[in-house]
Ligand binder design. Structure first.
Ligand SMILES: [Zn+2]
Ligand SMILES: [Zn+2]
Ligand SMILES: [Zn+2]
Length: 728
């Protein structure tokens, strides 16, 4: 039994370092080592083979002779190539032509003619001119399409190449040589996969088997002969079968190797592996059995690591939060998760290594135990940190007590996320919001108060009151700044749900008092005074309303002024009508005032209708009809709701005539606002109608007092109206 140069454990650990995923101290897992030294015999054989074949060549001989040697009787190992040729040469019939000496011509395939190369067998060629082209007869073959084959000069046959036309060949026997290597290694052992050169079909050098002890060696340039009987027997039974005539052994090499072999069995991850060490260097055979437990552990390790990371991730996820409060805890939890997963994975590797029917705690290294402990501690810390950083109601009070309103709101936000809007959470939220009120300004302040009020908690009443006071103050500030319109708008927005409270009534009254002060006209004042009284009546407001009403009654009563110009009188009538219209829209229940306004409106239009356009100056016409446009000297025009009216003016710019026609198109006077009747009545200054023609189409002429009128009708519609001295 040979003694290995290093121990099995050393060799095992050295090998483990070269295998991915193998444990560092594989040797500690080895259960058993068996001494399995072997004797391996290896025979290398090279076989050469000589095959007999016939060769042929052209000859000048013209008479055949019969073959002289039967190739199946030739022993190629007893005769040289030259001697065999000399002994076997004879004259044979040519194989290529069977003795005829001719062969079909390759150029024309025996036809004697080939396609004309110029026209490619068409007989025509395309001739190109400057601007055109046309087909003409081929100049080479003159339209015959073919020409004589050059290869055979038209005969269709050529001399046979094999015999150059003679019909005979010289034939003789010869042989070639091939060499084939064979190798036989016995017994078939796992060590062969560790020493692959043994199975390669080639002779080996001594140094290629230096890892083994050589028990016996023999080599010969032919079959091994001078060897012990046992070796000869091994060689006989393990060399290839030979063809006794054509094959010979040209080289044989024999090794008997004393192989040092140790088989180690190790257990890992509940599976058994076997390592076969062999040779002086204790090389491990890379068999599937050697690496199976290592691969099994790698798979399980990867799966377990993913499982640990996933499980811890779920634990961590139950504590994570979206609110800003969780920013710090989230980061800490993520770090703990990373650490616990990492150390957990490391310790699982060690546990898997020792896993099996009999788990071996004692074999875990101190560092591996530490990894496991750290991993477990990390997992526990995730739970501890997660629970410890949960937001609590008490934190709100603590933050508020130390004056940190922002912190309080952060905690409340987190509480809303974790506990929902429960009563306690909302109370804490109200407390935090109220704490923020003193430092807030403007709309932000109101927003805070409104939020608290909307929760309906203990502080809702106080918040509601504060918000109301705040808003009333703002309205008051706007009034002080002489902005009653804005004050009214804000008041309506904030207090639209009218509460019949004295304070609000008075505020509304004050706003309308302020509006009254800024009013430019009497209807505005009337409205403001009315609304102020409506909001909160007082003696002062009542007398102000009285004043406004009285003033309006005055304005709505028309009185003649002696010597007043017609234009000025018409303008006063129009102004009265416009005040009356405003009053009508705001008079409401004030029946007396409404009647007055109605009367004023009627009076205004009646008085205006009495003033004729004819005979008055153009200012009066403009006041009655609207702004005039000068058309030519003595002609002015005005558009009355589509109807075109032309006024004829005399030297004193007085209107002497009026001509009216409908809008462009069919020119009918269809306006209802300025009907033909109204236009005529206004022109002459008293109510009248346009006379109809006796037929639906025709012209009517008559006199309104002393004024001539012409009306033209067509299909029952008024087309033209001419009053007084109208010329166009
Ligand atoms: Zn031939
Ligand atoms: Zn041709
Ligand atoms: Zn030919």
């Amino acid at each position: 039994v040979a003694v290995p140069p290093r121990s099995v454990p050393e060799a095992a650990d050295d090998w483990a370092r070269t295998v991915f995923g193998a444990p560092r101290h594989l040797s500690t897992l080895v259960d058993r080592v068996d001494v399995r030294d072997e004797e391996i015999e290896r025979l290398y054989t090279e076989v050469i083979r000589r095959d007999i074949r016939e060769e042929r060549q052209f000859t000048t001989a013209r008479r055949t002779t019969s073959p002289r040697v039967d190739p199946s009787t030739v022993d190629p190992f007893t005769i040289s190539v030259e001697a065999l040729r000399t002994a076997s040469e004879y004259v044979a019939t040519c194989l290529g032509c069977g003795g005829s000496g001719t062969a079909a011509c390759g150029g024309c395939r025996g036809a004697g003619r080939v396609d004309c190369p110029t026209c490619r067998g068409r007989g025509e060629i395309l001739r190109q001119y400057k601007k055109s082209s046309r087909w003409i007869k081929c100049t080479e073959c003159r339209g015959k399409q073919t020409q004589q084959c050059d290869g055979c000069r038209g005969k269709g046959t050529v001399n046979c190449q094999g015999c150059e036309g003679g019909g005979c060949q010289s034939a003789w026997l010869t042989y070639g040589q091939t060499a084939t290597p064979y190798v036989a290694v016995l017994p078939r052992s796992p060590i062969l996969s560790a020493h692959r050169q043994l199975a390669e079909p080639r002779p080996l050098r001594k140094e290629e088997v230096a890892m083994f002890a050589l028990a016996m060696t023999a080599e010969a340039a032919g079959p091994l002969v001078e060897v012990p009987a046992t070796t000869r027997t091994f060689a006989r039974s393990n060399q290839p079968r030979l063809d006794p005539r054509l094959e010979r052994i040209s080289h044989q090499q024999y090794f008997k190797l004393a192989v040092l072999r140790r088989d180690a069995t190790y257990t890992m991850c509940g599976a058994q592996g076997q390592l076969v060490f062999s040779g002086h260097k204790m090389t491990v055979a890379p068999t599937p059995l050697a690496v199976a437990p290592i691969q099994r552990r790698l798979w399980l390790w990867g799966g377990a690591s993913v499982g640990i990371a996933g499980g811890l991730g779920m634990l961590m996820g139950s504590f994570l939060g979206k609110a800003a409060y969780f920013e710090g805890p989230n980061r800490m939890l993520a770090l703990l998760w990373l650490g616990a997963s990492l150390f957990g994975a490391l310790s699982v590797g060690a546990l898997l290594r020792e896993a099996g029917p009999r788990f071996r705690w004692a074999r875990l290294a101190p560092l591996e135990r530490a990894f496991g402990a750290v991993g477990l501690a990390g997992a526990a810390l995730i739970a501890i940190v997660g629970l410890a950083t949960r937001p609590r109601l008490g934190q709100v009070q603590t933050a508020l007590a130390s004056g940190d309103a922002n912190r309080a709101r952060l905690v409340v936000e987190a509480l809303e996320e974790t506990q929902g809007q429960s009563k306690d959470v909302l109370e804490a939220k109200d407390e935090a919001l109220m704490a923020a009120v003193p430092s807030a300004t403007g709309d932000e302040r109101l927003h805070l108060l409104d939020q608290v009020a909307s929760h309906g908690g203990e502080r809702a009443k106080g918040a509601t009151d504060s918000a109301r006071k705040e808003r009333l103050d703002r309205v008051r500030q706007l009034l002080d700044a002489k902005k009653p319109a804005e004050a009214l708008a804000k008041f309506e927005q904030w207090f639209s749900a009218w509460k019949d409270e004295p304070e609000l009534r008075e505020m509304r009254g004050l706003i309308h008092d302020a509006v009254y002060a800024t009013c430019q006209d009497d209807p505005c004042k009337l409205q403001a005074a009315q609304q102020a009284v409506q909001a909160n009546p007082s003696t002062a407001r009542a007398s102000r309303l009285d004043d406004a009403q009285r003033r309006l009654v005055d304005v709505l009563s028309f009185s003649e002024v002696l010597g007043e110009s017609t234009v000025s009188r018409l303008q006063r009538l129009k102004a009265m009508a416009s005040v009356a219209a405003k009053v009508t829209s705001i008079a409401g229940e004030d029946a007396k005032l409404a009647d007055k306004a109605k009367g004023a409106t009627e009076r205004s239009s009646a008085e205006r209708a009495k003033v004729p356009v004819l005979g008055n100056e153009e200012g009066v016409a403009a006041e009655l009809l609207g702004p005039l446009t000068a058309k030519a000297s003595g002609i002015a025009s005005v558009i009355l709701d589509g109807t075109e009216a032309y006024l004829a003016l005399d030297g004193q710019r007085r209107c002497r005539g009026l001509y009216a026609v409908g809008p462009k198109g069919n020119r009918a006077l269809r306006s209802t606002l300025w009907s033909g009747d109204r236009l005529l009545s206004q022109t002459v200054g008293h109510p009248t109608t346009v006379k109809k023609a006796s037929t639906s189409t025709g012209v009517v002429r008559w006199q309104e007092g002393a004024i001539p009128v012409v009306a033209r009708w067509k299909d029952g519609e008024l087309m033209e109206l001419r009053v007084g001295a109208a010329t166009p």
